[in-house]
Design a protein around this ligand. Structure first.
Ligand code: GLY
Length: 416
């Protein structure tokens, strides 16, 4: 009897151990591998659906259609960029072939001077292509792209003009020289061009742009203004406002993420400690904000609906009783924090690395990861493009996918 009881207990113990082992939560590496598998399935479909090389997959509409951008709009480089990251992870030639095709489709964009976004477009496509394949025919295209970007630089303002003249929300003000935080993302192209050509003008423009942004876009608590408008004749600051954020005094989550990323990469090229301090200040604002949810995927703006923040547009809190998150902001911030952690030591390094890893873990699961095929084509759900304009709310956005793929690569590189 006693023997039987012991063997029963042993069997029970073995069963329970087996159960616990099988319920063990996946490692970060397993989550990343699963996310790349999901991406492969979605992008197989997207490659078939998006066959016109003049229409760049941007989002998926609530009506159930892929929404495309044209070659001169800001997100064209992210689809080829995502394909390069797929190739880099899998080594599968089909992703390389597609990345080559979509990258080449952007060639004429090297002359685009309509806005500041050429860095986004050309560095995520040609930049990644050059890094991965070493194809030197990409270099003159990137150098011309950097020259085009510099055409929008004013030495009087000390900044690259982001958008052409336009009114602010509700025509409150006229912006003749608007510069947005996002523009920090275009500097990588200029720093690369300076190194490649030896022409220090690219470097000077990038550094001055970063300094001007540091001075005028960042508040004392390291929250940020989305848009700063300058006097073209004197360079004076005329307005500090927002277009895509909740209100002029609030902090738009994606703008903050662009800032962390942009000042971190500016430190990479300059080694100027003031840029590193700025990147850390922006990161700490993001990570320690009282409104950042526990899973570290931010609300689309840190101050939505808060007292003391008055929008210039009609905000009706009943339309979205649950304030939408912006998954793209989390993806961009995660990628940036991995790089930022490499410039820190000890506890501080671990803090940024852990935060970025937490973000990857969040994004690699429902409801953010598109495992249930909420749409057939994109990897992540739940981003916000432009809430005040009522555009792209709770939708997939190609740049959220792109920066998530990049963040996962950066995690894996941090383990090497
Ligand atoms: N650069 C445009 C955006 O972040 O929406």
């Amino acid at each position: 009897m006693r023997r039987r009881l012991i063997s029963f207990r042993v069997i029970l113990l073995l069963t329970l151990t087996g159960y616990i082992v099988s319920c063990k939560s996946p490692t970060v590496e397993e989550r990343i591998d699963h996310s790349f598998q999901v991406a492969a399935e979605r992008y197989d479909s997207l490659l078939v659906a998006a066959s016109d090389l003049t229409k760049y997959p941007h989002s998926f509409t609530l009506k159930g259609e892929i929404f495309y951008f044209g070659i001169d709009e800001w997100t064209g480089g992210f689809w080829p960029g995502a394909l390069w990251y797929m190739y880099e992870y899998t080594g599968n030639q089909k992703w390389k072939d597609a990345a080559l095709r979509w990258t080449a489709s952007l060639e004429s964009n090297q002359y685009n001077t309509k806005h500041h976004d050429i860095g986004f477009m050309m560095f995520s496509s040609y930049g990644n292509g050059l890094r991965i394949t070493g194809d030197t025919s990409y270099k003159p295209i990137l150098i011309q792209s950097a020259k085009s970007l510099c055409k929008r630089y004013s030495p009087t303002v000390g900044s690259i003009q982001s958008w052409n003249a336009r009114p602010s929300i509700n025509k409150q003000n006229q912006w003749n020289y608007p510069v947005i935080m996002d523009n920090m993302m275009n500097l990588e192209l200029l720093f690369w061009a300076a190194q490649e050509t030896g022409d220090s003008n690219f470097y000077k423009v990038a550094v001055q742009h970063a300094k001007t942004t540091q001075k005028n876009h960042i508040r004392s608590d390291f929250g940020t203004f989305h848009v700063v408008n300058y006097d073209t004749a004197t360079g004076a600051v005329l307005h500090q406002q927002t277009l895509q954020g909740f209100s002029d005094q609030s902090t738009w989550a994606r703008g903050q993420a662009w800032g962390i990323y942009g000042f971190t990469s500016t430190f990479r090229f300059t080694k100027d400690s003031s840029f590193l301090s700025t990147a850390k200040g922006l990161a700490n604002f993001f990570l320690r904000h009282k409104n950042l949810p526990a899973d570290k995927v931010p609300l689309w703006d840190f101050n939505v609906g808060e007292t003391g923040f008055t929008p210039d547009w009609n905000y009706d809190s009943t339309v979205y009783p649950i304030i939408p998150r912006d998954v793209s902001a989390a993806a961009i911030a995660a990628s940036a924090l991995f790089e930022l952690s490499t410039y820190c030591q000890g506890d501080e390094q671990q803090y940024y690395k852990n935060a970025a890893t937490d973000m990857i873990v969040s994004l690699s699961q429902e409801p953010y990861l598109n495992t249930k095929k909420t749409n057939p084509y994109f990897l992540l759900n739940g981003s916000v493009g432009n809430f005040p304009a009522g555009r792209e709310i709770n939708v997939p956005l190609i740049y959220a996918d792109y920066y998530f793929l990049e963040a996962m690569h950066r995690y894996l590189n941090s383990k090497k």
